[in-house]
Write a protein that binds this ligand. Structure first.
Ligand code: ATP
Ligand code: DGI
Length: 427
């Protein structure tokens, strides 16, 4: 029995423990799976909060209800619900329960992913688990969970259940061209135009008051022209502690340049607030930061060369590397549209990517003694994530990064970068 079948078997034996029946619903050709308890099957109708309660899933009506469930929550609600649900499950379920992310998807169809969780209950208190999940189902949308193989399993199989027989047959599908985690990136993890990112923050106004302040600042810093600037714009990219701050400040002094950064200083007061939000909202915040920085670049590059500490490469690389799980082979392939610079964001003259041996980077982080962002902590203990970030940086086009070894002394790195700037930007 493949890992997939083992998991599905577990799923079956778990789901009926809290749900009398397991259903698959065909929605736009994708198979979505969920289980409902006897009581839940009788519950229908809308909650006061506009979120449909869990419903019976045996007749045609439920299919409409199910699709209503998916569409009734706008993506802001769904993103926040999804990030809060995991914490609630981990808080309230018996400790023996394992909660792992699961998703349903239309193979190779952008935007088709529905994220949910698989609850594996190995406790002897199935009734407690069942009661908790029923309670959730009364107040929150049903836990959507389907089966997709763990990262290291061989092959992709989806299991179709027929609720009557409670049997399942393995329906093998050819391995999707795109890893499901790459299907929801466009304008959800990475934003390719200012309107899409603004739209997310506009919808957050009632739950995140700071969103209106960010939009107000964006309005005041609209990128006016796409004309070529009189002076070059050089972006310095790289993981934390690769030496960006040291290098950008030396370049500013050596070239008499203006030093900018993204997110811009005017957003610093709200950054920690948005870092707490789910990826959809957080990435929209960073995306808008790039557009505000872009307007400042346009202004300053009419007067002097401009050095920028992080810009769109950081935003896209961290977002893609966070959205995609597993090894770098799961990343969108080289040349994918996901790596293409936004058409409405002015491009810099040169992007330098500082690369550094992981151990040296950790040494510099330690010596610096500053705290680390969650992502940097993730980079530390999750080598796969670090490799995905570094590879995503390298795959971004328009302009592509020029990699510079940041291990020599600060002065040698500066000299190396000055040579590159003079060659590429004729400074
Ligand atoms: N070329 C270098 N050789 C040795 N040490 C360096 C070099 N460049 C920077 N450092 C030291 O490494 C530490 C991190 O440098 P710096 O703060 O410039 O990195 P950074 O990329 O800006 O980090 P962050 O992105 O977190 O701000 C600092 O203590 C700095 O003095
Ligand atoms: N600047 C920037 N940082 C981002 C973005 N998306 C994620 N991050 C993460 C990467 C790092 O962990 C951290 C960078 O914070 P920062 O203060 O810009 O880094 P630093 O260069 O000052 O160390 O935030 C992003 O879009 N821009």
């Amino acid at each position: 029995m493949t890992l997939g079948e083992t998991m599905a078997k577990h799923m079956l034996c778990i789901l009926p423990r809290w749900s009398a029946r397991v259903f698959s619903v065909e929605l736009n050709g994708a198979s979505f799976y969920f289980g409902l308890s006897e009581q839940q099957q009788n519950d229908c109708g809308q909650h006061g909060d506009g979120v449909p309660s869990v419903f019976s899933a045996v007749d045609q009506k439920s299919h409409r209800f199910y699709s209503l469930l998916v569409s009734s929550m706008d993506r802001i609600q769904r993103a926040r619900f999804h990030s809060q649900l995991r914490d609630k499950l981990l808080r309230d379920l018996p400790t023996e329960c394992n909660v792992s992310p699961m998703c349903s998807f239309l193979p190779n169809v952008q935007g088709s992913v529905i994220s949910g969780y698989l609850v594996k209950d190995s406790s002897e208190r199935g009734s407690l688990t069942e009661k908790l999940l029923r309670d959730y189902a009364q107040h929150d949308p049903v836990l959507v969970c389907s089966y997709s193989p763990a990262e290291d399993s061989q092959g992709w199989t989806q299991h179709l259940w027929s609720s009557e027989e409670k049997e399942y047959n393995v329906v093998s599908i050819e391995e999707p061209t795109y890893h499901p985690s790459t299907l929801n990136i466009i304008n959800s993890d990475v934003f390719y135009c200012v309107e899409e990112a603004s739209d997310v923050l506009k919808k957050c106004g009632d739950i995140i008051p700071e969103a209106s302040s960010v939009l107000e600042l964006l309005h005041r810093h609209k990128v006016k022209s796409r004309d070529k600037t009189d002076f070059p714009v050089i972006v310095i990219e790289g993981l934390d502690a690769t030496g960006k701050t040291t290098l950008t400040e030396s370049l500013r002094d050596t070239l008499g340049a203006t030093l900018l950064r993204s997110p811009p200083h005017c957003l610093s007061q709200w950054r920690a607030r948005f870092d707490q939000e789910p990826p959809l909202i957080r990435r929209a915040f960073y995306a808008l930061g790039n557009y505000i920085t872009a307007e400042q670049i346009q202004q300053e590059a009419m007067k002097a060369p401009v050095i920028v500490d992080r810009f769109w490469h950081s935003t896209a690389a961290y977002a893609i590397a966070t959205a995609v799980s597993g090894p770098t082979c799961n990343l969108p392939e080289v040349g994918s549209e996901l790596y293409v610079w936004p058409r409405d964001l002015p491009q810099p003259s040169l992007v330098i990517l500082l690369s550094l041996d992981p151990e040296e980077r950790k040494r510099r982080l330690r010596n610096r003694g500053q705290g680390k962002t969650n992502e940097e902590q993730e980079l530390d203990h999750n080598q796969l994530f670090r490799l995905r970030v570094e590879e995503a940086y390298r795959r971004i086009s328009g302009p592509a990064c020029v990699t510079v070894d940041a291990s020599p002394s600060a002065d040698k790195v500066l000299q190396q970068v000055l040579l590159l700037i003079r060659a590429k930007c004729h400074l």
